[in-house]
Design a protein around this ligand. Structure first.
Ligand SMILES: [Zn+2]
Ligand SMILES: [Zn+2]
Length: 111
């Protein structure tokens, strides 16, 4: 959305005012437009980043469906870790490696 100042015809830019609301203000004559700032992309972009980050944290902590086993973490001495197996190619041979991820500090190691 592009709006122009009704006073001088310059381009209006969104600005956050004292109460935290975003309004359209003319850079040239500092006249605040009565027009409501409808393009919420400024607000949304920061909001989305925040939400995505929160979501990732939640997924990692709560939706990790990998089973937990009793194993000592080499880093923090916690005795529980999630484990999974992955195939690794070593010396022309496929080997299955078991990986562990500490439930406390998140340290990942393999056997
Ligand atoms: Zn103006
Ligand atoms: Zn640990």
């Amino acid at each position: 959305m592009v709006s122009f100042c009704e006073n001088c015809g310059s381009l209006l830019v969104p600005e956050r005012n004292g109460s935290g609301k975003i309004t359209l203000v003319c850079k040239i004559c500092k006249k605040e437009s009565k027009e409501k700032f409808r393009d919420s992309s400024y607000q949304i972009s920061s909001k989305i980043k925040h939400t995505e980050k929160d979501l990732l944290t939640v997924i990692e902590e709560d939706f990790d469906i990998r089973p937990i086993t009793k194993v000592g973490c080499p880093r923090c001495n916690n005795n529980e870790a999630r484990y999974w197996e992955a195939e690794d190619r070593r010396k022309e041979e496929w080997e299955t490696t078991t990986y562990y991820k500490c439930t406390k500090c998140g340290w990942v190691w393999s056997e």
